[in-house]
Design a protein around this ligand. Structure first.
Ligand code: FAD
Length: 354
């Protein structure tokens, strides 16, 4: 579709965060459209590696209004189950999702925000940006990266261990992605797992449920003006999901410290020790995908957009949803995005009522 269209709210991104926002805007009777760059529903979950499972059971992984069904035979649902759930969710509520539509820029335009896309532009009274992080993989600036002749890939490009059978593989990263991908590769590659600091596993009986409870307790404390109870990071970095636990207990998940540089055929540590490698997999995280907001010039000196809750301080018609603790505790999780989505929708309804 081309041309200039109007709506009250444009939601940029049709993953779980965009859908949660749609749910609450609908409840408040606001008119909106969801513009999503993917051809199919499911956001980033469509691109997950084959063995990825949620770190919470289905009952702790639901968006507002519609519980995630159990997946037969799985305590922790897989990514395909999440995609099916999100697909059913947006169809059930008949959300006005347009895809594939990529938003190139959000601009101030008098009393409207103008949303430019690859299929026309929209004028809206408010915009919710819910574009996630998967689309902006982060790679650290390690010396020699360009010299390495083997294969280098980021978490977003990893699929399964088949392509690496028998190879010498270095997995970089001490978070959940690094631990899970290292566990995936541990049985049929010559694995070196490197982490910046010694890996910190959460206790085996703690999964996403407990993480959500900690984040909720923290939010309550902050809302009530009490002392910060600390975020989930205080518990550890890695959820010991079953494959990680099994591989660790089999003694196959031992981490080395971070190397200091790459060279033609491998990696080198500070003491001069070398390991040859056929592939390096960077499980080194993501950054919020915010290039479409550049025209608004909201980034401060440290590159951050200042927010109060989900609202941009310098552009109150813009809300940011689902990028992590930055826009609300646990807001990058399925169960955690509901509350900030509700708050954003309420603030927008109040703004439009003026
Ligand atoms: P996304 O799923 O990335 O959706 C954003 C959508 O916006 C995409 O469809 C994208 O194409 C679109 N988009 C981006 N830019 C534009 C643009 N310019 N114009 C139009 N559309 C655009 N959470 C849990 O609750 N439990 C878990 O177990 C869990 N495990 C995780 C494991 C990994 C490895 C990762 C990376 C995350 C995990 N998360 C988990 C966190 C979270 O649930 C996911 O990151 C989730 O995909 C975030 O949803 P989102 O809607 O914010 O972003």
């Amino acid at each position: 579709m081309t041309g200039d269209q109007h709506t009250q709210v444009v939601i940029v991104g049709g993953g779980q965060s965009g859908l949660a926002a749609g749910y609450h805007l609908r409840r408040l009777g606001l008119d909106f459209v969801i513009l999503d760059a993917q051809a199919e529903p499911g956001g980033a979950w469509q691109h997950a590696w084959d063995s990825l499972h949620l770190f919470s059971p289905a009952a702790y992984s639901s968006l507002p209004g519609r519980p995630m069904p159990l997946q037969a035979g799985e305590t922790y649902p897989d990514a395909g189950h999440v995609v099916a759930y999100l697909t059913e969710y947006e169809r059930r509520y008949e959300f006005p999702v347009q895809r594939p539509v990529r938003v190139s820029g959000v601009h101030q335009d008098g009393r409207f925000l103008r949303v430019e896309t690859d299929s026309g532009s929209w004028h809206a009274r408010a915009v919710i940006s819910a574009t996630g992080t998967w689309w902006r993989p982060f790679l650290p600036a390690v010396p020699g990266r360009a010299d390495f002749r083997g294969q280098q890939l980021h978490t977003v490009e990893y699929r399964n261990p088949r392509n690496f059978a028998g190879q010498r593989v270095v997995v970089v990263g001490g978070g959940n992605s690094g631990a899970q991908i290292a566990a995936d590769l541990a049985y049929n590659t010559e694995l070196t797992w490197v982490t910046q600091r010694p890996p910190s596993f959460l206790p085996d009986d703690i999964d996403g449920r407990a993480l959500f409870n900690v984040a909720t307790a923290r939010r309550r404390a902050l809302d009530e003006g009490r002392t910060d109870t600390g975020g989930v990071a205080s518990l550890g970095d890695i959820v010991a999901v079953p494959p990680v636990r099994e591989t660790r207990d089999a003694g196959l998940l031992k981490a080395s410290p971070m190397f200091v540089r790459l060279e033609r055929d491998g990696v080198v540590w500070a003491d001069g020790t070398r390991a040859q490698a056929d592939a390096v997999i960077w499980c080194t995280g993501f950054r919020p995908a915010l290039s479409h907001l550049a025209p608004l010039q909201l980034r401060g000196r440290r590159g951050h957009i200042a927010t109060v809750g989900t609202r941009a301080v310098d552009e109150p018609r813009l809300h940011l949803l689902g990028y992590g603790d930055w826009t609300g505790p646990a807001s990058a999780t399925l169960i955690g995005v509901g509350r900030p989505a509700r708050d954003a929708a309420r603030e927008i309804a109040a703004l439009l009522a003026v």
